[in-house]
Design a protein around this ligand. Structure first.
Ligand SMILES: [Zn+2]
Length: 118
């Protein structure tokens, strides 16, 4: 999956800012490239992730997946894997929040590659 450099920077900055909490967002894609990260005003970072998905995803076909941060390694939890089923691509930002610590997974939890584009 391709992702814009701007979106990557936004994810890393937000993850750093949220630490030690997690942040959760949705990914908006255009022409096969993730171009935007949506974080919902008023949503607590600790809020149940699937509830965010239930409310937002069906309304907007440009949403291709999710992103959230971990206060540790970018390894998906069991809850993450269930949550992933709703998105085409799901990114976890692990500490210390550099591009190398971003992991992407498909709907089945299989690792997938992220390619940065301008
Ligand atoms: Zn997680």
């Amino acid at each position: 999956m391709k992702i814009s450099a701007t979106a990557v920077e936004f994810i890393l900055e937000t993850a750093r800012g949220a630490y030690p909490r997690e942040f959760v967002g949705l990914l908006r894609g255009k022409d096969g490239v993730i171009i935007e990260v949506l974080i919902f005003p008023g949503s607590k970072f600790e809020e149940n992730r699937s509830s965010i998905f239930m409310h937002m995803v069906p309304l907007d076909p440009s949403i291709v997946g999710s992103v959230h941060s971990h206060p540790g390694p970018a390894r998906p939890s069991r809850a993450d894997l269930q949550f992933f089923e709703r998105g085409m691509v799901n990114i976890i930002a692990g500490r210390p929040y550099t591009f190398e610590n971003l992991a992407a997974f498909d709907a089945h939890g299989n690792p997938t590659k992220l390619e940065i584009v301008k």
